[in-house]
Ligand binder design. Structure first.
Ligand SMILES: [Fe+2]
Length: 296
């Protein structure tokens, strides 16, 4: 894991004032950012340095953590605009929903929504997975900014670099067979209800070259129900074996989410998970980005 200390690269009070003058509504952070981008970039050169170090760290280690960005104590609207500036130097941000939302709050709202909550909407742990596993082209960078950490010391980010895991897995007696099945066969990945009202199922191998891994256990299990022709004892065996190995035995990196930290995971070459937490006030902001070379 790459650790980046951002204390000397924080935004100046003049760039914070510049954004503050333009703010009228937090929901418009992306619009405000696009308007002011040139001035913000000129006024905060440290953002480009942080972004570059994050990309280098993710390329090398699959996981980079930038601490003390100087954003967590700002007015939420100003914080979001400046966070977008850092992210613009990591990659091209993707839209989360039909309303053009690019920053997604991760906090407990299981009690306020009608449908089954997804990982980012409830307390507790979440198992090893990749984001957007059920989409054709999952984003490379998964970014998590910590506004407020869990008061109980939980909610750690856990990351497994897939090339390391496959080396470890292939050393086991049945490991190579498991890898072969996940590479050679299509698996059905059903889009969770939280992401789409219509049923969508993607058929793809779980291991490949680009992305090296796409994985979400519950999405595949639901996919088997939706597409029984892709359900077989062999696929089920390989899925369970891989999941159990990732959950219990694979070598992992683990980092405690702390306020004002931006953690970035290589979502096409690593699995990630979250350890248990129970503090309903924990608050993270998530963004997903494609690499810069994909940008138009
Ligand atoms: Fe995730």
């Amino acid at each position: 894991m790459t650790a980046i200390d951002c204390r000397s690269l924080q935004p100046s009070s003049s760039v914070i004032r510049l954004v503050g003058r333009a703010i009228w509504d937090r929901d418009d952070a992306h619009a405000i950012y696009r308007q002011l981008k040139t001035e913000i970039s000129a006024g905060w050169p440290g953002a480009a340095t942080i972004g570059r170090q994050i990309v280098e760290g993710v390329d090398r280690d699959g996981f980079a953590v930038a601490d003390q960005l100087g954003l967590a104590d700002l007015d939420p609207a100003i914080r979001d605009v400046l966070l977008l500036e850092v992210l613009s130097h990591v990659g091209k941000i993707t839209v989360h929903d039909d309303h053009g939302k690019v920053l997604w709050d991760i906090k407990d709202r299981a009690k306020t929504i009608q449908r089954a909550p997804t990982f980012s909407e409830r307390l507790g742990a979440c198992p090893m997975h990749t984001d957007s596993a059920f989409t054709q082209d999952p984003e490379r960078f998964l970014c998590l900014f910590v506004v407020r950490e869990s008061g109980d010391g939980g909610g750690e980010s856990v990351v497994i670099k897939i090339d390391n895991m496959l080396k470890q897995l292939s050393a086991e007696q049945d490991g190579s067979r498991c890898i072969e099945i996940l590479k050679a066969n299509n698996f059905p990945l059903r889009t969770p209800d939280a992401f789409s009202a219509v049923e969508q199922v993607l058929s793809a191998p779980l291991l490949g070259t680009e992305p090296m891994v796409r994985f979400r256990y519950d999405s595949v299990i639901e996919g088997f129900n939706a597409k029984p022709d892709l359900d077989s004892p062999e696929r089920r065996w390989a899925l369970e074996y891989f999941f159990e190995f990732a959950q219990m035995r694979a070598e992992r990196m683990q980092v405690l989410a702390v306020r004002d930290q931006l953690a970035v995971v290589d979502n096409r070459n690593a699995l990630h998970a979250r350890t248990h937490y129970a503090d309903p006030h924990r608050h993270l902001i998530r963004a997903r980005l494609h690499p810069m070379e994909k940008a138009a």
